[in-house]
Ligand binder design. Structure first.
Ligand code: A3P
Length: 294
């Protein structure tokens, strides 16, 4: 268990909840942070497949993601740590677009945004809350779902996060991906271009300007399957020198089920109806909403 009391685990910054491991001083100073043109950002709302994406990128560059926790997590020493990293820096973040340090935008750094059906995201986050001592206790799924719909969870509202990034999905320096698209042959998914992991890996490699053979792409896909990444994480846990995807200190909490549609095992029909109502209202200006419900 954490040594902090429940109330001390979370604080709000600009209306968004962060764990107290993200210090207000750091959040306040992010805008002073000096970006480099070749920085690559991995952006997501929590529980959307960040580690999966990081695993793929690690394999594409053949080097671990350079910053092992999101840019907003830590205290002022994080800025120093970032400055000392040699290029190319691969930087994860859960910040919404509006809170992203301005320098990344000015320098048009490449950013890859991964999104996931919010119902599955909520379920994944619920399990993460239950297992993670750095997060407040949630007693029931019902109680958690209320918090999620109100945006009263770490990193704020899923809806606001998605909408803030959707506005920039056609920016040349931003690649917009869906977790469900990375799940190979997911038969019910209805994106206009039905893709699978190898196509996505190819797309990422082109976006990042990495030339790679089809054979290597297949190899990356094999090594990035849920079971392989879970196995790698177990190795990492028992041998810290074996770093494959060191994006969190709670690595064993990350690889839970890795499926599409687990929400159907959690939502009651009434909860589903309510979620759909909130979704329709919040996402009424979104052009991508139809790809996120099924
Ligand atoms: P579940 O909790 O639904 O299993 P994040 O990395 O953003 O914290 O997201 C974690 C979610 O991504 C978890 O979802 C996890 O199982 C899933 N995930 C991680 N690696 C994956 C992979 N290689 N294939 C499919 N899903 C993966």
């Amino acid at each position: 268990m954490s040594n902090l009391s429940e109330a001390e685990l979370i604080h709000k910054f600009k209306g968004i909840s962060f764990t107290t491991r993200s210090s207000p001083e750091l959040l306040n100073s992010l805008d002073t942070f000096d970006a480099r043109e070749d920085d690559v950002l991995l952006v997501s709302y929590p529980k959307s497949g960040t580690h999966w994406l990081a695993g793929v990128i690690t394999k594409l560059y053949n080097t671990p993601v350079t910053l092992t926790t999101p840019i907003e997590l830590g205290d002022m020493s994080k800025l120093e740590e970032l400055n000392q990293l040699s290029s190319k820096r691969i930087i994860p973040t859960h910040l919404d677009y509006n809170m992203l340090p301005q320098h990344f935008k000015n320098k048009k750094c490449k950013m890859i945004y991964i999104s996931r059906n919010p119902k599955d995201t909520a379920v994944s986050m619920y399990h993460y809350y239950r297992e993670n001592p750095n997060l407040p206790t949630v007693d029931t799924w019902t109680a958690f779902l209320d918090l999620f719909l109100e945006g009263d969870v770490v990193c704020g509202s899923w809806f606001d996060h998605f909408l803030s990034w959707e506005e920039h999905k056609n920016d040349k320096n931003i690649l917009f991906l869906f977790y469900e698209d990375m799940k190979k042959k997911y038969k019910n998914f209805i994106l206009p271009v039905s893709q699978n992991l190898s196509k996505i890996v190819k797309e990422i490699s082109i976006f990042l300007g990495i030339s790679i053979s089809d054979e290597d792409i297949q190899d990356i896909c094999k090594k990035s399957s849920f079971s392989e990444m879970k196995k790698d994480t177990e190795k990492e846990n028992s041998d810290p020198s074996h770093t494959v995807c060191a994006l969190t200190s709670n690595r064993n909490l990350i690889f839970r089920k890795g499926t599409v549609g687990d929400w159907k095992n959690h939502f009651t029909p009434k909860q589903n109806l309510r979620f759909d109502e909130v979704f329709s209202e919040k996402m009424k200006l979104s052009k991508m909403a139809k790809y996120l419900t099924y």
